[in-house]
Design a protein around this ligand. Structure first.
Ligand code: UTP
Length: 312
């Protein structure tokens, strides 16, 4: 895939979507169902990401898949027989639901033979980018950053300040140990309606007392193509995996400018049940079909729970 095609106005043409992880926090479901296909209400996380990428002007998803996770690519395939049967039965809304993923964006597969870490997964995408694509856009399919639009803000910052741009989210001090944490400083000048900071360094999953801030990386990255070279030079870090954070930290140390857009909206971490369940409750409550009944059901569940746990 080395042809040149047209980019969106801010240059995001291909979005790399790493989806080759083991999904251990979702076992036993992920024995047979890839984590990225688990639904938020009725739509797999990876389709929500495809919609966000298309909205940001991308034309192609380079999905990093494991050899045993090819169902993810099937989700972006054609289902002609199913659509014909649904159409015969007058189920036009369902036909649209089946065809949506395919119509959103072109999806190509890049196989990561072994789950050697997020950094390794991103490195696998190098050959999937066109030669003249100078930005490596990465979106994690288990991370919902809402409302959509973070990538467009990040692209605006990259246009003005160059280098690489990441997305930061403020968490509580107790939560930092789960994330890549930013060491940041203020910059001169400002962007309309959102906060941008310069990144001095990054630490992967630090203990609370060693965290440089409470601003953590969420799964949206606009990286300079130099990241591929940095990824070749890092060694396995936390968990024995090649960490994307370590490659970014190396680039910063070598003088590469990195900024963050601080996301002020919502964020759902679909990567573990503790984040996945609230995401479903949130989307469910806002769903016009399921919302009203779900609201009543959740209130009843909470009342019952509170009665069982009077100490709360
Ligand atoms: P996660 O760490 O959230 O996913 O990686 P995981 O490794 O599948 O989950 P656990 O920790 O075992 O529960 C973030 C994203 O990066 C992908 C994952 O599929 C996920 O979408 N990833 C991770 C890869 O593509 N390859 C890897 O080697 C690791």
């Amino acid at each position: 895939m080395r042809a040149t095609s047209q980019a969106s106005s801010h240059g995001i043409r291909t979005v790399v979507v790493p989806a080759a992880g083991m999904g251990t926090r979702f076992l036993p479901a992920t024995k047979t169902v890839p984590k990225e296909l688990l639904p938020v209400i009725d739509t797999p996380g990876i389709e929500l990401i495809a919609a966000e990428a298309a909205q940001a002007g991308a034309q192609r998803l380079a999905i990093i898949t494991a050899p045993e996770k090819q169902e993810i690519m099937r989700h972006f395939g054609n289902f002609d027989e199913l659509c014909a049967t649904l159409a015969e039965r007058g189920k036009t809304t369902q036909v649209e639901k089946v065809q949506r993923a395919t119509n959103l964006i072109e999806a190509v597969s890049v196989v990561q033979e072994k789950p050697l870490g997020l950094g390794h997964a991103v490195g696998c995408a190098e050959a999937a980018l066109d030669d003249d694509e100078d930005v490596v856009a990465v979106m994690l399919p288990d991370d919902l950053v809402l409302p959509n639009g973070a990538m467009e803000k990040m692209a605006q910052v990259r246009d003005e300040l160059g280098g690489s741009v990441l997305c930061a989210y403020n968490v509580t001090p107790e939560e930092v140990f789960n994330y890549g944490v930013f060491d940041v400083e203020e910059i001169d000048g400002h962007f309309d309606g959102f906060s941008v900071k310069r990144v001095r360094g990054m630490v992967e999953k630090p203990a609370q007392e060693e965290a440089p801030s409470t601003l953590v990386a969420v799964g949206r990255y606009l990286l300079d193509r130099a990241v591929f070279d940095a990824l070749r030079r890092i060694t396995p870090g936390k968990g024995g995996e090649l960490q994307l954070t370590d490659a970014i930290e190396l680039m910063i140390q070598e003088g590469h400018p990195v900024h963050v857009v601080v996301h002020e909206g919502k964020r759902h971490d679909l990567g573990n049940p503790a984040g996945y369940i609230p995401a479903n409750v949130d989307f469910g409550l806002h769903d016009k079909t399921y919302g009203p009944a779900l609201y009543t059901a959740i209130k009843a569940i909470i009342s019952e729970y509170e009665a069982e746990n009077p100490q709360l």
